[in-house]
Design a protein around this ligand. Structure first.
Ligand code: GLC
Ligand code: MG
Length: 544
């Protein structure tokens, strides 16, 4: 039976998204590197789990100075990962399983090996010179301004041949495109259409708040002690090196192209901004920019009821009804939620996942979250991430969260064959997919069950969020008319008073636990007072 093609206009609002870091997902050809045919062979896991769409980290051609985020051809697949035909096959096979495929679009910069940059660099008179940000040195020969790169060090590199500097907000191998140049806009219109015409359901847009830089290349102002700690480490506020108002025009243009497709193609931005006000601005004042933007203040918040609930409350107050939130706890750039939020404690991991999957908005899981996978501790000699190599030993970089997916208990966790050396070592953690599939009480089954409950529940998918009063360390909220989520962020037992309507649902006998972190609780009735064990979370509905 062919799977029905879901075509709701805003399908992502009902969806659970899943990030596949292709290089570390599954290796089909024993080179130690994950690839598209490996992903193809594991789509059944994603269908079984119940995810609606996958975001693939870059699969486009790249010399891999920054593991795919240095693109040398936006319309070609990296041969290590397979071919365009393989990608078409992934898209078609996923569609048969009801799973849409999003790609990663990297518009802020290209690889220094991209033909555009090679041509741009060739001469100051090159027809593509203004596709990148070139500037003369200061009279003393130093860089044109004070901007520092996001990976540390100056954001400018001198090109000796022409005597000018070029801008790179990341590695010197990642020259920034000049979004003041019309040719760049046109080229990206074509790239976007190329993939959307092939059935790609949308993009996760890399550093989408930085594309446009100040046209006068003004110095960034120094930080003050009121600025976030990380910004203070860089010593300057990125006021002019990104985040310019004209960046919104680029997003509006892509949104208009998306609107010309049926179904509309999703624009999901990497909006790494430090205020929620800045985040909402990327949805556009007239709901005409991103459909969704990642919430970094939430990702970076401590795993405490007050801190997390505070951010959610502010989102609920700030976001207009047209703007739809995203909830995520892990990705390929930040320590995994199981380590960062939960210190490896699987009871906390269950609570974190239940939270992500029951807030109002679209959850995005990162591969491995569904088994509670933790970061791996790296030695310097094992590092592959240029950021870790640069900042070691103060920061190990991003390899700890990029280790290959453990599929089973065999050699190399089933990621690649025995005897092959995976491109990054496997995590030391004992969990793997096959083991958890065989165990009904596992984190994996919990995630699958919550996704299934969510799919069945209009309240959980679309119902309004209303914070309910609760004691210390407890976060309780109502969704829609008949669903309550209660989470205990402490190791001690806590009690929660259920609101009328849940407490007196139907016969007045209380609600029913439809799913919870403590699996024995499933199906049990509650009174009007709910007792939660340490780190326990439940979803309760009233029968009526
Ligand atoms: C984004 C990506 C990150 C990459 C950077 C530069 O933050 O998620 O992995 O290194 O952009 O492209
Ligand atoms: Mg391979």
């Amino acid at each position: 039976m062919p799977a029905p093609e879901p075509d709701q206009a805003q399908w992502w609002r009902d969806a659970v998204l899943y990030q596949v870091y292709v290089r570390s997902f599954a290796d089909s050809d024993d080179d130690g590197v994950g690839d598209l045919r490996g992903l193809l062979g594991r789509l059944d896991h994603l269908a079984w789990l119940g995810v609606d769409a996958v975001w693939l980290s870059p699969v486009t051609a790249s010399p891999n100075a920054d593991w795919g985020y240095d693109v040398s051809d936006y319309c070609a697949v990296l041969p290590e990962y397979g071919s365009l035909a393989d990608l078409d096959e992934v898209i078609a096979a996923a569609r048969r399983l009801g799973i849409r495929v999003l790609l990663d679009l990297v518009p802020n910069h290209t690889s220094d090996r991209h033909a555009w940059f090679v041509e741009s660099r060739a001469s100051v008179h090159s027809a593509r010179r203004d596709w990148y940000v070139w500037a003369d040195p200061k009279p003393d020969g130093s860089a044109p301004n004070n901007w520092v790169g996001s990976f540390g060090g100056p954001a400018w590199t001198l090109d000796r041949a022409s005597g000018q500097y070029y801008l790179h907000n990341f590695l010197p191998e990642q020259p920034d495109l000049n979004w003041w140049c019309a040719g760049v806009h046109d080229a990206f219109d074509d790239i976007v259409r190329f993939w959307w015409d092939r059935g790609v359901a949308g993009f996760r847009i890399d550093v989408c708040n930085m594309m446009v830089k100040d046209s006068d290349l003004r110095d960034n102002p120094p930080t003050t002690e009121d600025d976030p700690f990380i910004m203070q480490m860089f010593g300057q506020r990125p006021l002019y090196s990104g985040n310019r108002p004209e960046g919104h025009d680029v997003l509006r243009r892509w949104r208009a192209i998306s609107d010309s497709y049926t179904p509309k193609r999703l624009l999901l931005g990497e909006t790494n901004v430090d205020t929620l006000e800045a985040l909402v601005s990327y949805y556009g004042p007239a709901d005409d920019e991103l459909h969704m933007g990642f919430n970094f203040p939430f990702i970076e918040a401590p795993f405490e009821a007050g801190a997390l609930a505070g951010i959610v409350d502010r989102i609920e107050a700030l976001f207009p009804s047209t703007a739809w939130p995203v909830w995520t706890g892990s990705n390929h750039d930040v320590s995994r939620l199981a380590t960062r939020w939960c210190e490896g404690d699987q009871a906390k991991v269950r609570l974190a996942l239940l939270m992500l999957l029951t807030l109002r908005g679209t959850p995005v899981l990162y591969q491995g979250d569904e088994i509670g996978l933790t970061d791996r501790v790296f030695e310097k000699e094992e590092l592959r991430d240029p950021v870790g190599l640069r900042f070691w030993p103060h920061y190990p970089g991003r390899d700890p969260e990029r280790t290959p997916m453990p599929w089973d208990g065999g050699p190399n966790g089933g990621f690649t064959s025995a005897g092959v050396t995976p491109w990054l070592p496997m995590a030391d953690a004992p969990m793997h997919v096959a083991g958890q599939r065989a165990e009904r009480g596992s984190v994996l089954h919990l995630v699958r069950d919550v996704i299934a409950v969510r799919r069945q529940s209009g309240d959980l998918r679309a119902g309004a969020y209303r914070r309910l009063p609760a004691g210390d360390d407890v976060w309780t909220w109502q969704r829609g008319t008949a669903t309550v989520v209660a989470l205990n962020f402490s190791a001690d037992e806590r009690t929660v008073a259920l609101p009328p309507g849940i407490a007196t649902a139907g016969s007045g006998a209380g609600g029913t636990v439809v799913v919870g972190t403590h699996r024995g609780r499933h199906g049990s009735s509650t009174g009007d007072v709910l007792r939660l064990e340490g780190w326990e979370g439940v979803v309760v509905t009233s029968p009526g």
